[in-house]
Design a protein around this ligand. Sequence first.
Ligand SMILES: [Zn+2]
Length: 146
Amino acid sequence: MIGNIHDTPDFKLPEIRNEEPPAGKDPWRCEECGSKDVQQRAWVDINDEENISYDDSGRDDYYCHHCDEHNYLVLESELMKKIEEWWKQTDFETMEVITGLVQDDFDPADGYQAFVDACEGKWNSLGVEEKIHIWHESTRDKSNDD
Ligand SMILES: [Zn+2]
C-alpha cells in the first residue's frame, strides 16, 4: 500500500460532522445518477478551518454537478445494493441490451436458465462505474416516458 499524503500522525479529520464519509472507500454519490461529483453544504469556522459542520436539513443542502441539481446523496455501497436489486428484476429484453447476448441463442430449458447465467456472468464482470452507468442509462429512459 502506498501511503496517502495525509497519512501523517499529525493529520486529524475534522471532529464535528453529522456523518463521516469514509474517504475513498465508500464515496458519496448522487442518488439520481450515481456521480461522485457531488457536494454538501457546510459551515466552516473561520478561526479554525478544521472545524466544519455539515448541513443536512434537506435536498437543498446537497448538489450534484453532473445533474446540475439538488439531489440527495447515497453511499456507494447503498447505491450498489439498489443497483443489484434493479439488475435482479430486469426483464430479458433489458438483459439482452445490457449484455449483448441473445436469449434465442440459449437453451430454453428451465426458463432460459443458461441465458440468465450467461447474463449474470457478464454483469458480474463489470466494474462499479460501468454498472452505475448502465443502471442510470436504463432507468433514465424509463422516467422520460412520463
Ligand atoms: Zn447526479
